[in-house]
Design a protein. Sequence first.
Length: 69
Amino acid sequence: MGDTGFEVLTETPMKPSLLDQRGTVYGTPDAHSTLIDADLQSIIDAWAELPRSVQARILALVKAEVGKR
């Protein structure tokens, strides 16, 4: 019959796996998507429940360590 409309695909077109994708929703160029370390995930999960003073100490530790580099 000829072309009459949309083509129905039986397979999903090639889509990169999660680990092959670059960037983020917020546009970080060339960032690799990776799994988050379990320890970091536990901090993320608990963050909202931590007292502000504990959050501040964690941030101070991280900033001090990053500042050494």
